[in-house]
Design a protein around this ligand. Structure first.
Ligand code: HEM
Length: 469
C-alpha cells in the first residue's frame, strides 16, 4: 500500500528543505491545496503525516486513539536535557498513565472552579489595578498574572525567602527559554549519532549548552518540589496541586514512584503552562481591539448581567448566563488557536487509512489552524464573529449555543487520550480575564490607531504561528 502524497523528497535528506522552520500551519494549509487532506513528508528517514481535515483527525486520534497515543522522542529536549520526563513528551506506557491520573484528578472542572477560581478572580482584580496605573506594561503584567496563577496552583507560592530568595516566576521564564531553545531544530534530531560527540569537541557549543541546561532544569524542578514537601511536612496546608495529591495519598508502598510522578507532572504543569493561556488572552484582547462591535456587544452583556455595584465572580460563568461572552472566548480560540500546528501523536503499531500505509512511529500532526479556517465549518473565517456559535432559542427569547456549528472546544485542545488535561483550567482562566477586563475597561487601539493605520492587515501577517501561537 502507498504512502499518502506529498512533496518530492531529495535523496538521503528527503524533505528537510520542504519542512517549514516557522509559521508551519501556513505551509501545512498550502499542502492541503496541493496534495489533499493528507500530506506525507520524510526528513532524514523520519516520516511525518500532516492532517488537514477535522473528521480525519477525529478518526485517527479519537476513534483509533489507542493506536495514535505516543509522542516523538526528542534528542536535544528529551534525552540530553530531560524535558521528556514531563507529561507532554512522556512515552506511552504506565508512567504516562500515572501522570494523566494525577493531572486529571487535580484539574477536574469542579476542582478548577472550586479551588482555583476564587484565587484567579482575586489576582485578576489586582491585575486590573496595575493596568489602570500602567497600561503600557500590559503584556508583561498579563504574563506575570498567568505565571502567578499557575505557580500558586502548582507550588502554593510564587516566591520564597530561602537562601536570599527565589522568584518562581523568573525561574519559570528561564525554564521556558530553555524549552524554547531546545526545540529550535538542532542537527542532532536529524543525525542522532551526534549526541555522542563530547562536549569538549570544537564546534560542539550545542552539547555544552545541553549539559548546562540539563543541570539548571533538574535543579529548578527538584528545588520547587522539595520546597513544597518541606512546607507540607511542617503542616502548612496551603492550596497547591502537589500538596493536594500528597494529602490524597493513601499508603506508602509506591511512595517513591508516586513522588516521581507528582514531581515531573507537577513541573510540566508549572513549566510550560502560562504560555498558552497567555497567548490566548493576548489574542483575545487583539480581537477586541480590531473588532470593536464584538467588544461592545460582549461588554453590554457583561454589564447588563453583573451591574456596576459588584465585581464579577466565577459563579457568573455559564452559557445560560452570558452566552455572547462564552462565544467570544471560543471565537478567539478559533481565530488563532494557541497550538495551531498541532501536537504530534505517533502510532504504536502500523496502520492503514483511506488506502494509505502509516507505519508505526510516524509523527502525525493535525493542523488546528486549518480546522479553524475551514469554510465547511466556519463561513467567512477571517472575520471575528462570536455570533456564529449562537442562535435564538425556540421562543426567540434568548441566545443559546448552536449545536450545528463545530465548537473549538472539540479541537483546539487536541484529541483522544492525549487531549489537554488543562483545558478546563485554561477556559476558566480565559473567562475570568475576559469578564473582568470587559467589565472594567474599554479596549482601544493605542493613540487612535485604526485597522487601516497601525495594524498588520491579514491574520497571516499578524500571527506568529509558533509551536504555541
Ligand atoms: C489556551 C490554553 C491551552 C491550549 C490551547 C492547550 C492545548 C493543548 C494541546 C493541543 C495539547 C495536545 C493534545 C494532543 O496531543 O492531542 C495539550 C497537551 C497538554 N496540555 Fe494543554 N493547552 C492549554 C493550556 C493548558 C494548561 C493551563 C495546562 C495545565 C494546567 C495544560 C497541560 C497540558 C499537558 C500536561 C499536556 C500533555 C498531555 C499528554 O501528553 O498526555 N495545558 N494542550
Amino acid at each position: 500500500m502507498p504512502y499518502p502524497p506529498g512533496p518530492k523528497p531529495l535523496p538521503v535528506i528527503g524533505n528537510v528543505f520542504d519542512m517549514p522552520r516557522s509559521k508551519s500551519s501556513l505551509t501545512f494549509t498550502k499542502w492541503r491545496s496541493l496534495y489533499g487532506p493528507l500530506t506525507w513528508v520524510v526528513t532524514s528517514g523520519r516520516p511525518f503525516l500532516i492532517i488537514n481535515d477535522y473528521e480525519m483527525v477525529k478518526e485517527l486520534f479519537e476513534k483509533r486513539g489507542s493506536i495514535y497515543i505516543n509522542r516523538p522522542r526528542h534528542i536535544m529536549a528529551g534525552e540530553l536535557i530531560g524535558i521528556d520526563k514531563g507529561t507532554p513528551l512522556t512515552q506511552y506506557g504506565p508512567v504516562w498513565r500515572q501522570h494523566r491520573r494525577f493531572l486529571n484528578r487535580v484539574l477536574l472542572a469542579s476542582v478548577v472552579k472550586r479551588d482555583y477560581g476564587p484565587m484567579m478572580a482575586r489576582k485578576t482584580i489586582a491585575f486590573l489595578k496595575t493596568l489602570l496605573d500602567r497600561p503600557d506594561d500590559f503584556l508583561l503584567e498579563n504574563r506575570r498574572l498567568l505565571g502567578e496563577i499557575i505557580t500558586d496552583i502548582a507550588y502554593g507560592a510564587h516566591k520564597d525567602d530561602e537562601d536570599g530568595g527565589h522568584d518562581y516566576i523568573q525561574m519559570q521564564v528561564d525554564m521556558g527559554i530553555i524549552t524554547f531553545k531546545t526545540v529550535q531544530g538542532y542537527w542532532v534530531e536529524f543525525f542522532p549519532w551526534m549526541k555522542h560527540i563530547p562536549a569538549w569537541f570544537p564546534f560542539a557549543q550545542w552539547k555544552r549548552d545541553a549539559l548546562r541546561w540539563n543541570k539548571e532544569y533538574n535543579q529548578t524542578r527538584d528545588y520547587l518540589f522539595e520546597s513544597v514537601k518541606k512546607k507540607f511536612v511542617s503542616g502548612n496546608k496551603f492550596c497547591a496541586v502537589l500538596t493536594r495529591s500528597q494529602l490524597d495519598y493513601k499508603g506508602d508502598e509506591n511512595l517513591a514512584n508516586d513522588e516521581q510522578v507528582i514531581k515531573h507532572a507537577g513541573f510540566s504543569f508549572y513549566r510550560g503552562k502560562p504560555s498558552s493561556p497567555c497567548y490566548s488572552m493576548n489574542y483575545f484582547l487583539l480581537a477586541m481591539t480590531l473588532f470593536p462591535e464584538a467588544q461592545a456587544r460582549a461588554h453590554a452583556e457583561v454589564v447588563a448581567f453583573i451591574g456596576q455595584d459588584r465585581f464579577p465572580s466565577v459563579e457568573d460563568r455559564g452559557a445560560d448566563k452570558m452566552p455572547y461572552l462564552e462565544a467570544t472566548i471560543l471565537e478567539s480560540l478559533r481565530w488563532n488557536p494557541p497550538a495551531g500546528s498541532g501536537v504530534p501523536h505517533l502510532p504504536v503499531v502500523d496502520d492503514f487509512f483511506q488506502g494509505y500505509f502509516i507505519p508505526k512511529g510516524t509523527t502525525v500532526l493535525q493542523n488546528a489552524w486549518q480546522i479553524g479556517r475551514d469554510t465547511r465549518y466556519y463561513a467567512n473565517p477571517t472575520s471575528f464573529q462570536p455570533e456564529r456559535f449562537l442562535k435564538p432559542d425556540e421562543k426567540q427569547s434568548r441566545l443559546i449555543f448552536n449545536p450545528d456549528v463545530l465548537n473549538p472546544w472539540d479541537w483546539a485542545f487536541g484529541f483522544g487520550r492525549r487531549i489537554c488535561p488543562g483545558r478546563d483550567l485554561a477556559m476558566q482562566g480565559a473567562w475570568v480575564s475576559a469578564v473582568f477586563v470587559l467589565w472594567a475597561f474599554e479596549i482601544k487601539p493605542k493613540f487612535g490607531r485604526t485597522m487601516a493605520n497601525g495594524y498588520k492587515t491579514t491574520d497571516e501577517e499578524r500571527f506568529d504561528f509558533g509551536f504555541l501561537a
